[in-house]
Design a protein around this ligand. Structure first.
Ligand code: IPM
Ligand code: SF4
Length: 463
C-alpha cells in the first residue's frame, strides 16, 4: 500500500463520521466570516439557533469597507448597512471582529494568517472562494456557500465529499523577475479554469520550497481560479518563522509542541496522487491575462492568441495576434488578497522608486498592519511620489463592491485574481499580473515586461 499524502492526513484528522453515501462530516477549526455572511446569520435567526463555537469564528470587514474617507462608514447607505450588519451579528453572537476601525482590519485572507489564526494542520473555511489562500500554511482551507456558512455557524462542522488529489510540481528555479503570480497564471493557462476541478492540489518542487509565505499565499489563493477545491503546501521552516510570535499562534512550550506536530504534516515519499503535473519553473515568463477568465493568460513577450474567443476579444477591445507588450492602459490597481501583502508592495516599490507613473492608480494594502509596515519602510512615499493613490485596506477595486470602480471601457493593470466581465465595475477591462508587472505598466503607461525595469534592482524574494 502506498503512503499518505498531506491531504490524506488533513482529511482524516478532521473526519468525525462518514455516511453510507460517502459524504463525511468534518470538524471546522476556524470559521472566517465577512460581510457576505448576512444570509447565513439570517438563516440562524429564522431558526432561532445560536453560533455553536463563537470562539472559533472570526469576523473581518473587508468587501464593503471604504478605502478613502474611512470615517464616512461606507460609500452609500446600502454599503453602510452591509458593514453595520456584520458588526451587529458579530456582537450579538460574541464573535471576535476585526471591524472597520480596528487597527488589525484587513482582507480576511490577509488578516487570518497575519494574526496567526491560520495554522498548519487546521481546517479553515469561509464563505469566500479565495479561502484557498490559507492552504499555504498546510491547512485544509476552502470556500463555502451561504447554506454551508449557516451549517458551520450552527454546528462547527460541515458535510463534504472527499476531493481527488493532484500534485503540481514546479521543478527548477524561477527566472529573475518571475513570481508566484506568474506560476499561478502559467499553470491555469496551461490546464484551464476547470483544469483542477474536483482536486485538492499539493504544490511541490524546488521552486515552491524557496517561496516566501507571502508568495505561497499568492499561489494557493489562485488555486480556485484553476477549478481546484483547495491548494496546500507542506509546512516548513519558512512557515514556522512566519508564524512565530503572531498574536494567536501558540507560544512558549505550546509553540515547541506545535512545531513538533507540524513537522509530520507532509506527504510520504511513496504517497500516490490521483494526478501528477510537472512544470519546469524556468519555462515561466511574466504572465498577463488578455481575456475575461484567468486561463486566458499568456507571457508578456507573446500576443493575443490568433484563435482567441470573440466574446473575450470584443469585451476587452483586442484583436487576435495583437502584441501584449505595448497595450495602452488607463490605470493600475495594486491590492487584494492575492497580491497586497508587504512583499507585494515592496516588489512594486522596487520598480516605482524614483519613477513616475504615466497613468493614475490606487495602492490598497492587504491589511492596516501591512499599511503601517509599508509606511514605516517609506513605501507609501514611493507610491505617492510616483503619482499613485495610497489608501486604506479592503477588497476595494478587486471586486468593486465598496464603490472603488474602474469606469466603463477603461483598461486596468491589476494585481487581483479575477478578470471576469464587470469585475472591477461595469464594462471595466481587467488585465491580471504580478505587482512588479503592474508597477512596470504604471511607469510605461502600457503593458510591458517588468524585467528591464528591474535591471540593477533585484526583487529579492518579492512575491
Ligand atoms: C463576495 C465573495 C463571496 C466573493 C468570493 O466568493 O470569492 C469575492 O470575495 C470574490 O473574490 O469574488
Ligand atoms: S480581495 Fe478580492 S478576491 Fe480577495 S476576498 Fe476580496 S473580493 Fe475576493
Amino acid at each position: 500500500m502506498s503512503g499518505k499524502t498531506l491531504f490524506d492526513r488533513l482529511w482524516s484528522t478532521h473526519e468525525v463520521l462518514r455516511r453510507d453515501d460517502g459524504a463525511s462530516l468534518l470538524w471546522v477549526d476556524r470559521h472566517l466570516v465577512h460581510e457576505g455572511s448576512h444570509h447565513a446569520f439570517g438563516k440562524l435567526a429564522a431558526r432561532e439557533l445560536n453560533v455553536a463555537h463563537p470562539e472559533l469564528t472570526i469576523a473581518v470587514s473587508d468587501h464593503y469597507v471604504p478605502t478613502r474617507e474611512r470615517a464616512s462608514g461606507g460609500a452609500s447607505d446600502s454599503i453602510k448597512r452591509m458593514i453595520a450588519t456584520l458588526e451587529t451579528n458579530a456582537h450579538a453572537h460574541g464573535i471576535r471582529h476585526f471591524g472597520l476601525n480596528d487597527p488589525r482590519q484587513g482582507i480576511v485572507h490577509v488578516t487570518g494568517p497575519e494574526q496567526g489564526l491560520t495554522l498548519p494542520g487546521l481546517m479553515v473555511v469561509c464563505g469566500d472562494s479565495h479561502t484557498s489562500t490559507h492552504g499555504a500554511f498546510g491547512a485544509y482551507a476552502f470556500g463555502i456557500g451561504a447554506t454551508e456558512v449557516a451549517h458551520v455557524l450552527a454546528t462547527q462542522t460541515l458535510w463534504q465529499t472527499r476531493p481527488k488529489t493532484m500534485r503540481l510540481t514546479f521543478n527548477g528555479v524561477l527566472a529573475d523577475g518571475v513570481t508566484a503570480k506568474d506560476m499561478a497564471l502559467h499553470w491555469i493557462a496551461r490546464l484551464g479554469s476547470d483544469g483542477a476541478r474536483g482536486h485538492a492540489i499539493e504544490y511541490a518542487g524546488s521552486a515552491v520550497r524557496v517561496l516566501s509565505m507571502e508568495a505561497r499565499m499568492t499561489l494557493c489563493n489562485l488555486s480556485i481560479e484553476g477549478g481546484a477545491k483547495c491548494g496546500v503546501i507542506t509546512p516548513d521552516e519558512t512557515t514556522f518563522a512566519y508564524l512565530k510570535g503572531r498574536p494567536f499562534a501558540p507560544s512558549g512550550n505550546q509553540w515547541d509542541e506545535a512545531v513538533d506536530d507540524w513537522q509530520s504534516l507532509a506527504s510520504d515519499a511513496d504517497a500516490a496522487f490521483d494526478r501528477e503535473i510537472e512544470i519546469d519553473a524556468a519555462d515561466i515568463a511574466p504572465t498577463v491575462t488578455w481575456g475575461i477568465v484567468p486561463e486566458q493568460a499568456a507571457p508578456i513577450t507573446s500576443a493575443v492568441p490568433s484563435d482567441a474567443a470573440t466574446d473575450a476579444l470584443d469585451y476587452m477591445g483586442l484583436r487576435p495576434g495583437q502584441s501584449l507588450d505595448g497595450l495602452a492602459i488607463d490605470q493600475v490597481f495594486i491590492g487584494s488578497c492575492t497580491n497586497a501583502r508587504i512583499e507585494d508592495l515592496r516588489a512594486a516599490a522596487v520598480i516605482l522608486a524614483g519613477r513616475k507613473a504615466k497613468v493614475p492608480g490606487t495602492v490598497s494594502p492587504g491589511s492596516m498592519i501591512v499599511k503601517r509596515l509599508a509606511e514605516a519602510e517609506g513605501l507609501d512615499r514611493i507610491f505617492t511620489d510616483a503619482g499613485l493613490d495610497w489608501v486604506a485596506s479592503g477588497c476595494s477595486m478587486c471586486v468593486a463592491m465598496n464603490g472603488d470602480v474602474v469606469a466603463p471601457g477603461k483598461r486596468c493593470a491589476s494585481t487581483t485574481n479575477r478578470n471576469f466581465r464587470g469585475r472591477q465595475g461595469p464594462g471595466a477591462r481587467t488585465h491580471l499580473m504580478s505587482p512588479a508587472m503592474v508597477a512596470a505598466a504604471a511607469v510605461a503607461g502600457e503593458l510591458t515586461d517588468a524585467r528591464p525595469f528591474l535591471k540593477d534592482r533585484p526583487l529579492a524574494g518579492a512575491a
